[in-house]
Every structure is written in C-alpha cells, then in structure tokens.
Design a protein around this ligand. Sequence first.
Ligand code: TXA
Ligand code: MG
Length: 323
Amino acid sequence: MKTERLDAHNPEHLKRAGELLRAGELVAVPTETVYGLAADATNPDAVRKIFAAKGRPTDHPLITHIASAEQLSHWVKTVPEWVKPLAEAFWPGPLTLLFERHPNVSDAITGGLPTIGIRVPDHPVLLPLLRTFNLAVAAPSANLYQKLSPTSADQVMAGLDGRIAAVLDGGPCGVGTESTILKVGDQDAEILRCGPIAAEQLQPYLTVPVRTPETHEHSVSGNKKVHYQPDARVILCPTEELATRLAAAGPDCIALVYSTAQETLPGKQLKRMPADHQGYRQALYASLYELDCSGTQTLLVEMPPEDAAWADIRDRLTRASAC
Ligand code: TXA
Ligand code: MG
C-alpha cells in the first residue's frame, strides 16, 4: 500500500483525510499529545485494521476521540454526575476518561472490556476534522507496537509507511506525551496512566476517592514495564553522577541533560533539553527519535526533577530504561 502524505494546511488534503476515514481506511492524524492512528469508530472492520498495522495484540483497547462531550451518550452507558465538571474543565484536552461502555460499542474498540476510553482532542486540525465529517475515531498512538509514540508526521512514516492509507501532517505535537487516563466510577476513580495533566490538577474536581495503583494493569498497554522504548539503551542517571558516567562511557554515548549543572562537562556529546517540564515533554520523543536515527547506542538521561508536574516524564523515561 502506498501511504499518502497529506498536508493539514491544504483544504483538499483535509477533505481527502475525512473521506479516507469515512471509507474505512486508516489515517494517522495529529493530536495535541502524539500522533494517533485513526479509524472510524463506528466501523469495526476499519478499527480491526489498526491492530494489523501496528502489530498490536487485539485485546488491547483503543481510545475513542469524539468532537464534544455531547456525543458521550453514544459511547458510554452513564456519565456519573461528578464527572461532568471534570470533563468540562479538561476537554478538549489530554485527559482520557474510562467509562462503562454503551452496549452498542464494538468489542474491536474495547478489546472485549466492559469499559471505553474517551477523549476530546484539543487540536486545531483534528477537532474541526471530527466536526466537519461527523466522525468519532478510535486511535492509539501511531507507532509500531512497543516503539516510541510519534510527535511528527516523519516519525509516523518511519514506522508505518506502506501499512496505512495516509498520514495527515499537522506539524509537531504541542504537548508531547500521551494523555492522562482516569477510570471513572459512580463512587470512585483511578489514575491508570499519568500524563500531561498531573494528579494535583485533577484534584479539585475529584469529589470521590481516587486510587493511583502501584501495580500495572495488563489492559493498559502503555502501562507495561517495557514500553516507549527507543532502540538505544537508556540509562537514567542522577545529576551528580553524570560527569563520572560520561567520562567512563564510549564515544557512541550521548547524555540528555536539562540542568545547568552540566554546563561544565568537557568534550562530551550532550543533548540539551528544555529545563521546564512543558518544553521538556514536548521535546522528549522527538529527541529520543533523533538520537536513534543518529546511531546513538547508549543514552545517559539526567534524572528529571521529583516534583509532580514531571511525573509522566519520569514514568516514560523509567519505562524506556526498563529491560
Ligand atoms: O494521548 C493519547 O492518549 C494518544 C492520542 C493518540 O490520543 N493515544 C494513546 O493511545 O496513547 P494508546 O492506545 O497508545 O494508549 C492508550 C492506552 C492503552 O494503554 C490502552 O490499553 C488504554 O489506553 N485503554 C484504552 N481503553 C481502555 C479501557 N477500556 N480499559 C483500560 N485501558 C484502556
Ligand atoms: Mg501507544
């Protein structure tokens, strides 16, 4: 299959993306978090193609992206009252809510689970596309199974060229890590994946007890210990040990650093990252991908700060370094 490259700034191309999706084809689309591999969520045959293209096990459920909270009733059984202000506060945005699913929802989306993950994406290309074509799309991240999530159309093509109908190029993703996932019940809630919206931002809206489990559920593939892995070996390293580790490392080792403590490191290859969590998050996957392409074998990653706003970044890097 030849993968078409569509430009999100070209109205004809946008139309083509909508038509392909309507016709049951797979189109990689930009979201504010990472690129998603989209299929018409009302078409189970189209949704099934996602698993083949990604090489992903079919029991791993997919997030459904809708144009507005008003469409929730098509997809979920009930929306607990306490969830409404939460959805209003964070949608459109990088928050996926897991509800009990509507009986009409296809098993192809939920992997046979009784729940469905939903979000309204905050993206200037995808959101109007969903509205114009009256679409809801099931979309996991647009990468091969267990590889890095893509934050650019080039990165999508590197993994999926020839396996999908098209990629809609909307430029780099603004946020950079996958959405926060919150499972919502009538009387409780559970954070299943930390993401760009930190637990403390959710807190004011959580009027029910919240669990943040240590154990990782099989049903959340992003929660597998080994996930989000670049090809290079990733080693997380405390700031104060970086100089010694770098001095002992071979020439194909690069250090990913954010703090000014590293400014004095002599004659070694450093990749500087933004020192604020938003900038770092946005650059993270693009940087890992770029280093992979440059043939880097070992990546010494300066341990990110401990505070809550960096939790998803620490999580992704810990998984990238797991073996
Ligand atoms: O930011 C994001 O969430 C991106 C963009 C494209 O929206 N999507 C994304 O999808 O990261 P994916 O499939 O790579 O990760 C979604 C995670 C998976 O780990 C999946 O297992 C979990 O959400 N998930 C989806 N529906 C679920 C359900 N009903 N129960 C439990 N986990 C679910
Ligand atoms: Mg993924």
